[in-house]
Ligand binder design. Structure first.
Ligand SMILES: C[S@@+](CC[C@H](N)C(=O)[O-])C[C@H]1O[C@@H](n2cnc3c(N)ncnc32)[C@H](O)[C@@H]1O
Length: 349
């Protein structure tokens, strides 16, 4: 998924930074990815055998992490097999159904409404609705277990995202149907990561600054939003597919009206305070903060905070810029990705 701030392309750099700063002698470490997003970082360190705590305030991120991080066995869909049903084959052939996504986010479903929207083709919107309803039905009837449920929802979120008629995020849809959005949605299984060396795998859906008071471990990796682009509005569609809760929505973009997930990390006046609070309360020996040179908190401000709590070192690397809007002209093609590293001294873990 093309996710704002995704660290998929700098995983090795994060790993090398850990090797250099911490020099771990074992992989038997507890690593917390407290702003997990796509789970890219958690997945990488799960593959290395670290224990993982994963967290994100957005539900779509949580539910996909429940699969990528928490699921640690093959999934056999025993009850469906007893009925001779292969889930992906079945769901891919399902009769499309008009539901919330069709009625609110396809042109056919919104024609004549106050706001006409075209996030998905009518066929794909109906398919998303039908698949989502079927998965919930199987779960409610206990035909699939929780693990299988998370696997299917994670697969639906990724597959739906591939046929969305957007430039990348869901802040807006395109006027004309783009080629990939005209393709038929195909529900593809996402990867299952199994690593029996991981002693602990936990997933949360909380505000980072609340969760931090309840956990402890070795490495806290912090990758908060670094600008005012909010994840709740940019990914409202994924949130609705994940929750499928018939939310109240508003305006041309059809975003959810709830504001509860507004992150303080996206608000200039508040970001620095919540970051310091997080660092102060963290009961982890090592803290790593990813932030780039265009973030709303300056390099100097971060350094000033971190230095108060122990040994500090800054790593930097030039990185290809994330372009959410392919049509926009960006001033620079690269950004500098910083990793601020702190070894907390005198903490009371
Ligand atoms: C820069 S992205 C993380 C990207 C992730 N490392 C990846 O590679 O996909 C920031 C994430 O922080 C989450 N977030 C924002 N504010 C939060 C908060 N207060 N607590 C927990 N998660 C938060 C957002 O939902 C978003 O997924």
């Amino acid at each position: 998924m093309n996710y704002i701030g995704s660290k998929t392309s700098i995983l090795k750099y994060i790993d090398e930074t850990i090797e250099d700063f911490i020099k771990p002698e074992t992989n038997d470490l507890l690593f917390c990815d407290i702003f997990a997003g796509t789970s890219a970082v958690g997945k990488y360190f799960k593959k290395k055998g670290y224990s993982i705590i994963s967290n994100d305030i957005q539900y779509y991120s949580y539910i996909t992490a429940k699969h990528f991080i928490k699921n640690n066995n093959d999934l056999d869909f025993e009850k469906l097999k007893e009925k001779n049903i292969e889930p992906f084959e079945y769901l891919n052939k399902i009769e499309p159904k008009k539901g919330f996504i069709y009625n609110n986010y396809s042109l056919e479903g919104t024609t004549g409404d106050e706001f006409e929207r075209q996030y998905f083709s009518a066929e794909n919107a109906k398919k998303i609705d039908a698949i989502r309803v079927q998965i919930e039905f199987w779960k409610n009837k206990k035909i699939i277990n929780e693990k299988e449920y998370y696997f299917l929802i994670a697969s639906l979120i990724e597959s739906a995202d591939k046929v969305a008629n957007t430039a990348s995020v869901y802040e807006a849809f395109l006027k004309k149907m783009k080629k990939s959005a005209s393709n038929n949605l195909e529900l593809k299984p996402v990867e299952i990561i199994i690593n029996k060396k991981c002693k602990k795998l936990e997933v949360y859906n909380e505000d980072s600054n609340i969760l931090v008071n309840k956990i402890k471990g070795d490495i806290l990796y912090m990758d908060p939003p670094y600008n005012t682009r909010k994840y709740d509005t940019n990914y409202h569609m994924l949130e609705t597919i994940a929750l499928y809760d018939n939310p109240e929505i508003k305006g041309k973009t059809g975003i959810r009206t709830e504001q509860i997930k507004r992150s303080k990390y996206c608000i200039k006046k508040e970001a620095i305070n919540v970051l310091e609070e997080l660092i102060k309360n963290a009961k982890f020996k090592y803290l790593l903060l990813s932030y780039n040179d265009e973030g709303i908190i300056s390099l100097k401000e971060i350094e000033t905070i971190m230095i108060k709590y122990g040994r500090y070192k800054l790593y930097e690397k030039e990185h290809k810029r994330y372009k959410a809007d392919k049509k926009r002209t960006y001033l620079k093609n690269t950004t500098i990705e910083y990793i601020h590293c702190l070894e907390k001294l005198n903490d009371d873990r």
